[in-house]
Ligand binder design. Structure first.
Ligand code: F6R
Length: 258
């Protein structure tokens, strides 16, 4: 097990971090197309997607030859259900960019057989030639995708039970915490680690402990994001509050911006 140091960049605030994350993705889209992206949902991603939409509208980038695979979806929610990640992605990205229909993949949480859906999703990622750039958020408990603490590093796309803390954190998109689904389908840790490059974005003080554990703590299933240190090509973008618990602040070739 070889440990690698992720490239860490600390940027000032929410707007700056979205700007940096968007610049990272835009550079990747300019670099080589076609490109296959892995995509996350959630509050951290919303301003990033807004910037990608603006860049598309300004003619700076195009999604015409982009394919994408989302990390996860709730089990039991129909795609058109407002709390679903299908609905989130339509609202914040897909509806506004020139992506070809059928190129944007999200696990089907309303499939009758979730295990079969998970196997189909894995096969689809493989058939696409894998993921070039996977964009991740991080849970306050250190989850990546919906790989909650305890997730095996060898795990692949599968059905999982969500931690209570995750359901509470995600209740904002539902009428009340009790209506947040208890289960989800998520890419596994091993699926995530197969992406050729990874960008993790973290913002806010509630992510500080998870970021410190992921970067400075032991590499352990208790903090799924610590698995990213087994990957040699990871960029981590944090705002100041999310970086606050790091004892070794980025320096030298790890750039730090005000
Ligand atoms: C969502 C996902 C999650 C989120 C994480 C952070 O598709 O995979 O891992 O990235 O829960 O969510 P926010 O950004 O809402 O704090």
């Amino acid at each position: 097990m070889t440990e690698h140091a992720p490239r860490i960049e600390v940027v000032g605030n929410v707007s700056a971090i979205a700007e940096r994350a968007a610049a990272h993705v835009i550079a990747r889209l300019h670099d080589r197309q076609p490109v296959t992206l892995g995509l996350a949902t959630g509050a951290t991603m919303t301003p990033l997607y807004a910037r990608l939409v603006a860049a598309t509208r300004a003619g700076l980038i195009s999604f015409r030859t982009v394919s994408s695979f989302n990390l996860d979806e709730y089990v039991g929610l129909a795609p058109q259900s407002p709390g679903s990640f299908h609905a989130y992605m339509q609202q914040h990205l897909f509806r506004h960019v020139d992506m070809e229909a059928g190129r944007a993949q999200i696990p089907n949480g309303s499939a009758d057989d979730i295990a079969a859906e998970a196997a189909r999703y894995e096969a689809q990622i493989a058939a696409a030639g894998g993921i070039d750039l996977l964009i991740l958020g991080i849970g306050a408990n250190g989850h990546i995708g919906f790989n909650e603490p305890g997730s095996d590093f060898a795990s692949r796309t599968r059905e999982v039970r969500l931690d209570e803390a995750t359901r509470i954190a995600n209740a904002i998109n539902f009428p009340d915490p009790a209506s947040v689904p208890e289960r989800a389908i998520t890419m596994g840790v091993a699926t995530i680690l197969e992406a050729r490059s990874i960008l993790l974005v973290a913002r806010g003080p509630e992510k500080a402990a998870a970021i410190a554990a992921a970067i400075e703590g032991p590499i352990t299933a208790a903090c799924p994001a610590s698995a990213l240190r087994l990957h040699g090509n990871v960029d981590i973008l944090c705002d100041e509050p999310a970086a606050a618990a790091l004892t070794r602040r980025p320096h030298n070739n790890n750039r730090r911006r005000a």
